[in-house]
Design a protein. Structure first.
Length: 171
């Protein structure tokens, strides 16, 4: 990865944005796990989303190519999704070698409920902003320590440099 991207990723603003995005994802996943609903793996969820959010037809071969995973891995995930009733498989009438993956009402309801969890996770409260600001401060401190170690400057100077950069980039 080019160094300039690494630096941008380590910037206070970029790190705060990443932390917020990951925090939203974590909040939605935790809510999903706590809920009395099936706990899907990342692979199963990716396949389910691909089937529901893109136009059919969906085949095992097509899903494997799109996700860059093996056909047996797709088949294992589809086995679980089929048992849960989230998708159903049907042989292609035109080409018996192909297995078509189809949507179900139960799968639609599951994803609709999951979408509500994601939406709820995105609702930002004042308390959330306090946490984000605290995370930004921690990220800035970590960055200052790293700069201090890498550049051999005293921690106070590195901290001041990071704070000055953050203040200059603030809206």
């Amino acid at each position: 990865m080019p160094r300039s991207r690494n630096r941008a990723r380590l910037s206070g603003e970029g790190m705060a944005r990443n932390l917020k995005a990951l925090g939203l994802w974590r909040t939605a996943l935790v809510a999903s796990v706590r809920k009395d609903a099936p706990d899907l793996s990342a692979r199963q969820l990716a396949i389910l989303l691909q089937v529901y959010l893109t136009d059919p037809p969906h085949t095992v071969r097509g899903l494997a190519l799109f996700l860059n995973i093996s056909k047996p891995a797709v088949t294992r995930a589809l086995d679980r999704l089929s048992v849960l009733g989230f998708v159903k498989r049907k042989r292609d009438a035109e080409d018996k070698r192909n297995v078509l993956v189809q949507r179900t009402v139960k799968g639609s309801v599951y994803l609709s409920d999951f979408a509500e969890l994601v939406i709820a996770a995105g609702a930002v409260t004042a308390e959330d902003m306090i946490r984000v600001e605290a995370d930004e401060a921690l990220a800035a401190t970590a960055k200052a320590r790293l700069q201090s170690e890498l550049q051999g400057m005293p921690l106070r100077e590195a901290t001041a440099a990071v704070e000055a950069t953050l203040e200059a980039s603030a809206p």
